[in-house]
Design a protein around this ligand. Structure first.
Ligand SMILES: Nc1ncnc2c1ncn2[C@@H]1O[C@H](COP(=O)(O)OP(=O)(O)O)[C@@H](O)[C@H]1O
Ligand SMILES: [Mg+2]
Length: 277
């Protein structure tokens, strides 16, 4: 289990993408979910859609086949009773001809049973092929998802499950210190790394030294800022003006280069309070 933490825009999702690319040729099952501020009160929200998409109950299967598959998975798991199947089916959005009978359980018991069922599903998935479980932005996790992770940490650590979760500080799960949990913290880029990234984003465009330094100085080593501000400078006419200015007065200090840019709505969503849109 790896917990990757770092502030917004520092490169957590990017690193996950690289991990996915690196294991692309391996035979494994990937379950990838993302917590959001809007779904903090929807139980198991980040897991449900990825679980329902699993090939075990392909979308093309008839409801009868899907039901049989689910029953088989439940049967394989000794800690589950067959009575969990209808609830699990509803939770996973499987289209069944008739609605399930209500479980004669207290809500808390029902929740515990569902928790055990989801855990069993993950473990049974992993018994077929190694499972890569990715959960992003755990700081927005709903209590049920967080509890499922708590259980997963306590579950048999020899299950073939590689869990990779990301979060922003100060979020810290209780299981952080466990032996099979590796915490990784992504820090801001050092000056040299930031320069390299600015050059990379600029591509073929020639950046005068003053502009480069301006960009590095105003982006605080945060990759998202570097990407956004460098792109903004390239897209605005400021670079051409600055190039002329530098040519005429080489000690120029970046006059006319923007220090912030307007972020599109989804980019802005991850930056509360940092950049004004
Ligand atoms: N090491 C890196 N090199 C180049 N670009 C990066 C790097 N890290 C992050 N980025 C870019 O910065 C932006 C923000 O990164 P992202 O992974 O979305 O951050 P987070 O998930 O931590 O909020 C993305 O567009 C990403 O491609
Ligand atoms: Mg992210």
């Amino acid at each position: 289990m790896v917990l990757l933490s770092g502030e917004a825009g520092i490169g957590k999702s990017r690193l996950l993408r690289v991990v996915r690319e690196q294991v692309a040729r391996e035979a494994y099952t990937c379950l990838e979910g993302r917590c959001t501020p809007y779904d903090q009160h929807s139980a198991w929200y980040p897991l449900l859609a990825p679980l329902a998409r699993l090939r075990q109950w392909g979308l093309d299967d008839t409801p009868a086949v899907q039901l049989a598959t689910l029953q088989q998975m439940v049967q394989q798991c000794s800690l589950l009773g067959a009575d969990i199947v209808p609830s699990l089916a509803v939770l996973l959005g499987l289209p069944f001809p008739s609605p399930p009978a209500r479980l004669p359980l207290e809500p808390q018991e029902q929740r515990q049973q569902m928790l055990a069922a989801l855990l069993a599903l993950l473990v049974s998935c992993a018994a077929q092929r190694p499972l890569l479980l990715i959960l992003e932005d755990l700081h927005w996790g709903d209590p049920s998802t967080l509890e499922l992770l708590d259980c997963l940490v306590d579950h048999d650590p020899t299950a073939a499950i590689y869990t990779l979760v990301t979060c922003r500080p100060p979020f810290q799960p209780a299981w952080l210190g466990r032996a099979h949990v590796t915490p990784l913290v992504l820090d801001r880029l050092a000056r040299l790394q930031a320069e390299t990234m600015v050059r990379h984003v600029a591509g073929q465009a020639a950046l005068p030294g003053a502009v480069l330094q301006h960009l590095v100085a105003h982006t605080d080593g945060v990759p998202l800022f570097i990407e956004e501000l460098t792109t903004a400078v390239l897209e605005s006419g400021a670079l051409q003006a600055q190039t002329r200015q530098v040519r005429e007065a080489p000690t120029g200090t970046g006059v006319g280069i923007p220090v912030t840019r307007h972020l599109t709505q989804d980019r802005f969503a991850s930056f509360p309070g940092k950049i004004t849109a």
